[in-house]
Design a protein around this ligand. Sequence first.
Ligand SMILES: NC(=O)c1ccc[n+]([C@@H]2O[C@H](COP(=O)([O-])OP(=O)(O)OC[C@H]3O[C@@H](n4cnc5c(N)ncnc54)[C@H](O)[C@@H]3O)[C@@H](O)[C@H]2O)c1
Length: 340
Amino acid sequence: MFSRLARPSNIKSTLVVLRKFSASAQNQYKVSVLGASGGIGQPLSLLLKENPLISQLALYDIVHTPGVAADLSHIETKAQVKGYVGSDQLLDCVKDSDVVVIPAGVPRKPGMTRDDLFNTNASIVRDLTDACAQACPQAMICIISNPVNSTVPIASEVFKSHGVYDPNRIFGVTTLDVVRANTFVGEARGIDPAGVNVPVIGGHSGVTIIPLLSQCTPPVSFPAEDRKKMTVRIQNAGTEVVEAKAGAGSATLSMAYAGARFTKSMLEALAGKEGVIECAYVRSNETDAKYFATPIQLGKNGIEKNLGIGKLIEYEVGVLKAAMEELQANIKKGEDFVAK
Ligand SMILES: NC(=O)c1ccc[n+]([C@@H]2O[C@H](COP(=O)([O-])OP(=O)(O)OC[C@H]3O[C@@H](n4cnc5c(N)ncnc54)[C@H](O)[C@@H]3O)[C@@H](O)[C@H]2O)c1
């Protein structure tokens, strides 16, 4: 007689649910994942399929996306999943995207630095962002592909070449550095990592990763030697995973988590939530480096406000100084690549 939801005893709660749904239904976003069949791309797409702010999830790769999309499309959430494969379908995939997340490209093997990936990944990111500049110039571009220190300048130069560059909309995803720092500090201090926040500034490779333990919430104190050990562990955490995987790649599951966290924050900011803050590697005037990661307040137009590096203690000033040469060289390498 009554439908399952409309049982008399349930009518009030049903109305509440419907009201909530119609409020959130105004905020429906298209998110594209480029490199969606990979070690990061698949679990990232899975996590995004669960995000209620996403109405369309467009998955692009040079292989396997029809299968990945068919598989994910059976999950009982509202995001419509569509797979696109091969460069002929790239423009269609990214067209009208609100957010594009890019984990395409080769990962490290033991003994490699992130910069060793440049030769392969630079052209992949150039070509993918070229399509974005044409088909979704207003989208928030979130770049995971390494070396992030160079791929973000590459994307920026590509957008400039199309005359559609907005520095507030291009982000290098460094969330994994923050996630690792929170986890390691939580473990070391016996506190739930979910309640820890360590800002991580600088870039996303070795010495350019600068965790600001002095700005951790809740405040934690470290003897000098422990502070140094913790800093070095956070800087080399990616290599810990690369070595443990012994040739089978780099961080994929934790990166998928971090990428989904960053995308969620981005979408919430687009939907009007205030006070959304994530560290990200962006065009910056905070230091002598043109691109630099700092805590960023996100908003409807991307970067709402760069919250800057804050007050560093002497040890962190030294870590920052040690980062600058490599970071600036990485940035120049990316810019020169597009100029050529
Ligand atoms: N930002 C970070 O914190 C972070 C962390 C871990 C890994 N990474 C980087 O993410 C990237 C991907 O890592 P992974 O482990 O998923 O690698 P993977 O090899 O498992 O997957 C990469 C995917 O990219 C696809 N691909 C290759 N060329 C492409 C193109 N032209 N267009 C679209 N897709 C293309 C491949 O087919 C593959 O499915 C690497 O560059 C890695 O270094 C970044």
